[in-house]
Ligand binder design. Structure first.
Ligand code: ADP
Length: 681
């Protein structure tokens, strides 16, 4: 999933609800599966119980049938043991005592008349309520049937009321008797159905169960036991097929109460399902955490992307093989290539100007050799896709991954075009300002110049007049030596005038700034003529104080000369005629040169410091008021009617460009000292 998709709120909402729906469906399915499993297992258990019950019912009926067949044999043997009506009752009583299911035995003749009978000792009052004749139809039916099939036959069961509202369900069994091949009557045995149920069944099969004979429609005929309570029961029926009659046996069993999980298998599957649910729950939690982390990452990514897009600094990442792995939009805009065009490109880079490829390759090799990267970066020139060049500042740092291994380099690239343009503009306007200031100085000096030039010109004129006078004499008497002298003087004066003009021209001429090693005193010498002119006009004494053995200073001579001239001129203007300093004889301007205290106080053993030469210009004028002090270096601040107010601000710029500093302080006993330093070469 993309970061953009994740950071879209409606889409996020949609995804979240769909995820919940899926989880809900999964949970419902698992629960349904578990329910079906428990239901099927319960059903299976019940059907197993049912099958077992039915099997037991069949066992019970077959037991009964076997017992009844055995009884037939026992009854047949009764006649062989007691063949006469006298001996019969004794044997019959014995038999009745052994078989409680039998309630009465009768020996009947061919005409069904009772010859002899015996009642069970357990039910002595059997005929207390009703006469035995009431049962005759059943006896007749059974015996008729028995005669027909020549074997034992049963009658349908019937209810025999007894005293006290009691009663019994009875059933007749008739067995034809044959003696010496001749029918000798019937043996009628009256069975009690409850007796059959209690006597002819295995007790262990009936534990906790209900056993009864029923009609086919479910009406109960005889009950041996019933299931306690009103719990739901399982029911199995089985037919007891007897010759002449069929009875229906009903076996009931309480339905086993089962736990939630009816057997081990279901319990295991249930437990596994629950465990599965728990795992799913954990998985869901894990997924939720992961999604939250993904969202946070997506947010962070979106934030990073917005930040990168808003940057004007170009960003570029390279792997250890110098292949570009990442560029931001600002970098693409700088070099005029799209990110697709740049990513994957190696060396030489598409933005390298062809003529600089060799140099850049070397630089790259140095970097790859593991040398420390300069924190302040380095300047370089790049080429845009349209072939134009532009200066850049590159700051590079190693890219370290999460394992602490360096995977490449990340570079921040600043386009210096605009900065360079502003610098150039500044420099040009600075140059123009300085030229203007120089011209202004020249303008101020124009009157001094005319005065200074006047002298040599007047001298030249008078020498010329003298020469002309000499030439007016007779040709042969021309004083050769005087003429030569006059011409030499004219030449000298012309040279002097030329020097004055040249000193001004030198000063005004605009030159390219050059740094050269200049002996400090030569700077004073250069301005001395111009300074002399002004000093002479103002009646000020100029004094120089030069410490011996000073090293050469590294400077642009024209500029420093202008600084000196400016400071000296300001100093002289601060001591006008009539100034109190006149009285004290202090109208002196001192220009001094000495080793700067910055470098002079160096202790032995200290690392060598840069040496500086200090220039001081001291006047004893009115000094600086507090107000003037604050605005001294503000361009166009002046207290003079003809002043421009540019001198000091330019002086400071020039000195600072040389790496030095321009300061001022009060002079002793009055006036001001301006002090500046220049580095030695
Ligand atoms: P300008 O000389 O054209 O006025 P500057 O920048 O050289 O411009 O000087 C600015 C002002 O600083 C001057 O007008 C003057 O008031 C004051 N100033 C400069 N140097 C001195 C000095 N040595 N003594 C007293 N005031 C001075």
């Amino acid at each position: 999933m993309t970061a953009a998709a994740l950071s879209n709120p409606p889409l996020r909402q949609g995804l979240r609800s769909r995820r919940w729906l899926l989880w809900g469906a999964l949970l419902a399915l698992v629960l349904m599966l578990l329910g079906v499993l428990v239901f099927l297992a319960t059903q299976y258990e019940q059907s197993r119980d049912q099958v077992a019950l039915e099997r037991d019912a069949v066992t019970v009926t077959s037991d009964m049938r076997a017992a009844l067949v055995r009884n037939v044999q026992t009854l047949q043997s009764l006649h062989s043991v007691a063949p006469t009506p006298d001996s019969w009752p004794g044997s019959a009583a014995e038999l009745l005592a052994q078989h409680r299911e039998l309630v009465r035995l009768e020996w009947r003749g061919i005409d069904l008349q009772v010859l002899v009978h015996r009642d069970s000792a357990y039910l002595p009052d059997l005929l207390g309520q009703l006469d035995r004749a009431q049962a005759l139809p059943d006896v007749r039916q059974a015996c008729g049937n028995a005669q027909r099939i020549a074997g034992p036959s049963f009658s349908p069961s019937y209810f025999w009321p007894m005293r006290g509202g009691q009663g019994l369900e009875l059933m007749e069994m008739c067995l034809p008797l044959v003696r010496s091949g001749v029918p000798a009557g019937f043996l009628v045995a009256t069975y009690s159905l409850p007796g059959i149920l209690s006597e002819l069944t295995q007790k262990d099969l009936l534990r906790d169960r209900g056993l009864a004979f029923t009609e086919p429609d479910g009406t109960r005929l005889a009950l041996h036991s019933s299931v306690a309570g009103s719990r739901r029961t399982l029911v199995a029926s089985s037919l007891l097929n007897l010759p002449g009659h069929t009875l229906m046996l009903r076996l009931e069993s309480p339905r086993a109460v089962r736990g939630l999980f009816p057997n081990v298998l279901t319990a295991v599957v249930g437990a596994l399902t629950l465990a599965l649910l728990a795992v799913l729950g954990l998985l869901a939690r894990d997924m939720r955490l992961r999604q939250r982390a993904e969202l946070e990452v997506a947010d962070a990514l979106a934030f990073r992307q917005a930040m990168e897009n808003s940057l004007v600094t170009g960003l570029r990442a390279r792997d250890m093989d110098s292949r570009v792995t990442y560029v931001n939009p600002a970098f693409c805009q700088m070099v005029g290539f799209s990110a697709e065009q740049l990513i994957g490109t190696g060396l030489p880079a598409p933005w390298w100007p062809p003529e600089l490829v060799d140099e850049y390759q070397q630089r790259q090799a140095v970097r790859l050799a593991g040398q420390a990267l300069p924190r302040e970066g380095w300047e370089s020139v790049f080429q845009r896709s349209d072939g134009t060049r532009f200066p850049v500042l590159i700051i590079e740092a190693p890219l370290i991954d999460a394992h602490g291994t360096q995977t490449g380099y990340m570079s921040a690239i600043l386009d210096l075009t605009e900065q360079r343009r502003v610098e150039e503009l500044n420099r040009a306007s600075q140059d123009r300002l300085q030229a203007t200031a120089r011209l202004a100085t020249v303008g101020e000096m124009a009157s001094l110049l005319s005065h200074e030039l006047n002298q040599p010109l007047a001298a030249i004129a008078s020498y010329a007049t003298g020469t002309l006078n000499l030439l007016e004499g007779p040709v042969g008497e021309l004083p050769q030596s005087d003429l030569q002298l006059a011409m030499r003087r004219i030449g000298e004066q012309a040279e002097r005038a030329g020097r004055v003009i040249k000193s001004v021209a030198d000063f005004v001429r605009r030159r390219e700034p050059v740094r050269e090693a200049v002996p400090p005193h030569s700077l004073l010498d250069a301005i001395a003529p111009l300074l002399g002119l002004q000093a002479k006009k103002l009646g000020i004494r100029v004094q120089t104080d030069i410490a011996p053995g000073l090293p050469a200073v590294l400077c642009d001579r024209t500029m420093v000369e202008q600084v000196l001239l400016n400071l000296a001129r300001n100093g002289m203007q601060a001591m006008p005629e009539g100034d109190p300093s006149t009285a004290s004889g202090l109208r002196v301007l001192t220009l001094a040169l000495q080793q700067s205290r910055l470098s002079a106080g160096q202790e032995a053993g200290e690392p060598p410091r840069k040496a500086w030469v200090e220039f001081t210009v001291t006047d004893h004028g009115q000094g600086l008021s507090e107000d003037v002090r604050d605005k001294l270096f503000t361009p166009f601040f002046t207290t003079k009617s003809e002043g421009m107010g540019l001198g000091l601000s330019l002086c400071r710029t020039v000195i600072e460009q040389h790496g030095g500093a321009l300061t001022f302080e009060p002079a002793h006993p009055r006036g001001t000292v301006f002090r500046f330093t220049l580095p030695t070469g």
